[in-house]
Every structure is written in C-alpha cells, then in structure tokens.
Ligand binder design. Structure first.
Ligand SMILES: Nc1ncnc2c1ncn2[C@@H]1O[C@H](COP(=O)(O)OP(=O)(O)OP(=O)(O)O)[C@@H](O)[C@H]1O
Ligand SMILES: [Mg+2]
Length: 425
C-alpha cells in the first residue's frame, strides 16, 4: 500500500503544492491535498479522519496560510493525531505568526526560491525520514492498577533482549512508578536534583527547565551495566518526577501547557529518530498528561485484568482518545492485552474470570479485533516489587530478565512482538 501524505496549503500556494505533490508521487507516495470539498463545516470530521490516516503532513507556510482558519484546523488535526509535520516556507511570516508559535519553523524547508529540484528532493527525503522512524506506543487505561507500568518495563525489556529492539521509555506518570522500577533511590535523587526528568523537559521556564536543545540528552541509559561497545541498541528512560502533578492541576497556565506540548513533541521526535519504539507510561486518568500521550501515540496498548468492569474502562478510554483526536478511531490503532491470566491466587470469585473477560471483550464492537491473542500470565515475578529483585544491580536489564519465570518471559516476548507489528514497526 502506498504511504499517504497530506499537503495543507492555501490556493495562493497551489503551484508549490502541486510540484511537491508530484515529487512525492514520483517517490511512490499517495498524496491528498487541501481541497474545497473537505474544507466545509459538514466535512470537518472527514477532513480530520483523512489527516489522521496519513503518515506525514506537509504544511505550506506563507502570508496566505497565516490568514487561513482552515489551514489552522488542518494543522490542529495533524498535531492532535500525532502526525509528523514538515513545514515548507513559501513566503515570509510575521514574527508573531501562529505558525511560528505552533510548529517547528526553525527547521522549515525554504521554498521561497520556487520549486527547485534540490528543494523538492529535500522534502521527499524529510517525508521518508519522518515515516521511517520508530513508533510511539502509549500504555493507557483510564482504570488504574491494570499493569501499565509493569508491562511497559517487561514487554519492552523482552523486545530489547530477545529481538534487539532499541527502546526509549518516557515516564509520564507523576507517581513515576516506572522510574522507581528501573532506578535506585540514590540514582533518582541525583537525576532529579539536576532536573534531568520529564518535569525539566516540560517546564518552559525557570530554574527547573532543561534548554530545548538539550532535551534528548536527558535520557538515562538503563543498560549501561552491560558491556558497552557503542553498537548495542539503546534502552533508555526519560525519568519521571512527582512535580509533574502541577500539569494535572490548574496551577499551570494555558500558555505553559502549550509550551509544554511543543517541548514534549520535540522530545518524542528526537527519541523516535533513534529508537524502534518510544514507550510512554501514563497516569490512570484523563488529564493534560494523558492528552500528551494520546496526541503523540501511533499505537495505544491497553492492559486489562480479568475482572468485571474491564470493558467499561476500555470504552471510556476509546471515548477519551476519540475526543482528543477529533475523529473515529480504527481498532488497529489499539492493542488490548489481557494481563494476569491463570491466577491461582485468585479466590472468592465465581466463574472463570479469564474466559468471562476474554469473551466480553471479543464480543464488543470496537475492541474485538484489538484484543491480542497473546496474553500475559499471572506471575510472581511481575507481582514482586522490582527493588527486591533488582537490588543487586538496579540498572541491569539482563539480570531482570534472567530472574523472570520462563512462561512469563515467553509470553512477554510474543506479546511485545505482536504489539510492535500492529504498531507498524
Ligand atoms: N501479570 C501479573 N502478574 C502478577 N502481578 C502483576 C501482573 N501485572 C501487574 N501486576 C501487579 O499489579 C500491580 C499493578 O500493576 P502496575 O503498577 O503495573 O499497574 P498500573 O496500571 O501501572 O497502575 P497505575 O494505574 O497505578 O499506574 C503491581 O503490584 C504489579 O506488580
Ligand atoms: Mg503505573
């Protein structure tokens, strides 16, 4: 299937849009351009759907674009759907342009000299690079305690060890359990004292702010205890921070949040350029932080426990994601992972909770095709606090996997491979 690109432009820039589209088509892309047919109030949902279904959005920025509310809507759809945006500058913008404030114009392709072949080739290269990057996977469920954190760590440790996948984790939960899972208290304090955490990255100003040019360098390597020859795939963490709660309350202004959003996107762009998967662990509710995860994710993994009301949590998650993205969702954008099956410690329940939950989800309209065939068993290894297991060497992932029981390890490896396949990686 051809890879899809959307070109957002104003009629004044039609010539540029046509030449860029033709170049992409020559390179095997299927191209949709802004058109009056979709730029109507009644077709807004279809427009967002089209943009959400593409791999790359190209925005032609110019004085005409600056004035256009439709172009602004197309850009919002691209950002809310986590589509990579390539800015092509076809004319000078005022310094206070909304385009500067919303998009990364510093790395825009300069089209002011017209459709020269080297400029067109540069756009095609950028589009190819944007599409060839790692996938962003968000662990999400509005319901708490379902295994988002423990599975984020163990699924992708398995993918790293068994399949040599390079992984970048982002701990986006103020409770920062993922960070506690991987790092010792001493290490966490050291990192926090330097503000080398997600809080430092989101924070646009003040002492605790990390300069935007440094954000990708804040990642902590988790596999450095292994022999490093510089060639092994990376396995790294953007550490969490309890001060992140400020972004879930009303203590931060809308302007701070807008800047935090831009900084978060820059972080994700940098990490996906160097990893097969960027894995976001989020908090179990719908807050500004959830919005950051949803808008940047290519794929959402929702772990569920075999218990009553699992489907209620999933339905709510689907609603929240649909609201944030402004469009109907495809089940292929989700993976539902049944976690904690064959739990012999479970008591006092009537009926087979595993089968009941499995049947309920596979009978549900949206989630039936999102439910993974691979399931994660209940396992004492996943139950135990990592500090007990990793005390000897908290950052040695190999040690973490070695102590894992064999059935859990195999299930995790297979489930991780299935998720990465569904995410298009
Ligand atoms: N397959 C499993 N077998 C045994 N215990 C498990 C399994 N999966 C998760 N657990 C345990 O269940 C608890 C909740 O898991 P976890 O913290 O990963 O959930 P969460 O969804 O991230 O929670 P929160 O919503 O609070 O962030 C933890 O104690 C974890 O060790
Ligand atoms: Mg968690």
């Amino acid at each position: 299937m051809a890879i899809a690109a959307y070109i957002a432009f104003e009629p004044a820039d039609e010539e540029a849009a046509l030449s860029i589209g033709a170049e992409l088509e020559r390179n095997g892309w299927s191209v949709t351009r802004s058109a009056p047919e979709l730029r109507t109030q009644e077709k807004l949902a279809a427009l967002v759907q089209t943009i959400g279904g593409t791999q790359v959005v190209i925005v032609i920025a110019s004085p005409a674009a600056e004035q256009s509310t439709w172009l602004q809507r197309e850009v919002a759809a691209a950002l809310n759907n986590g589509r990579p945006v390539i800015v092509v500058l076809a004319g000078a913008l005022p310094a206070d342009s909304w385009i500067h404030a919303t998009l990364d114009t510093a790395s825009a392709v300069d089209f002011q000299g017209g459709a020269r072949s080297e400029v067109l080739a540069q756009i095609a290269d950028r589009a190819r690079a944007a599409n060839g990057r790692g996938r962003v996977i968000a662990m999400l469920n509005i319901k708490g305690g379902v295994g988002k954190t423990v599975l984020a760590a163990n699924l992708f440790a398995a993918a790293h060890l068994a399949d040599k996948r390079s992984i970048s984790f982002i701990d986006l939960d103020p409770q920062h359990n993922l960070t506690q899972y991987f790092l010792s208290p001493g290490e966490r304090n050291r990192i926090r004292d330097r503000n080398h955490t997600i809080y430092g990255i989101l924070n646009p100003h003040g002492e605790a702010s990390v300069p935007i040019s440094d954000i990708a360098g804040v990642a902590v390597p988790l596999n450095r205890a292994r022999r490093g020859d510089g060639k092994q795939p990376n396995f790294e963490l953007i550490a969490g921070d309890e001060r992140l709660f400020e972004f879930t309350l009303d203590t931060r202004s809308d302007r701070d949040k807008a800047e935090a959003f831009t900084r978060f996107r820059a972080l994700v762009t940098a990490l996906r350029a160097r990893s097969d998967a960027v894995v976001i662990d989020s908090n179990p509710c719908a807050t500004f932080l959830t919005r950051l995860a949803i808008t940047t994710a290519d794929h959402i993994v929702a772990p569920v426990r075999p218990e009553k009301y699992s489907l209620t949590g999933l339905n709510m998650l689907e609603q929240v994601v649909r609201e944030v993205r402004g469009r109907a969702l495809r089940p292929s954008e989700f993976s539902v992972l049944l976690n904690g099956v064959n739990d012999r410690t479970r008591s006092g329940e009537t009926g087979d909770a595993d089968a009941l939950t499995r049947d309920e989800i596979s009978g549900a309209p949206f989630f039936s095709t999102a439910l993974l065939a691979d399931e994660v068993p209940y396992s004492a290894v996943l139950k135990s606090a990592p500090s007990d297991r990793l005390a000897a060497n908290p950052i040695n992932v190999t040690a973490m996997m070695r102590v894992g029981g064999r059935p859990a390890k195999e299930a995790l490896t297979q489930a991780a491979a299935a998720i990465l396949r569904r995410a298009g990686q």
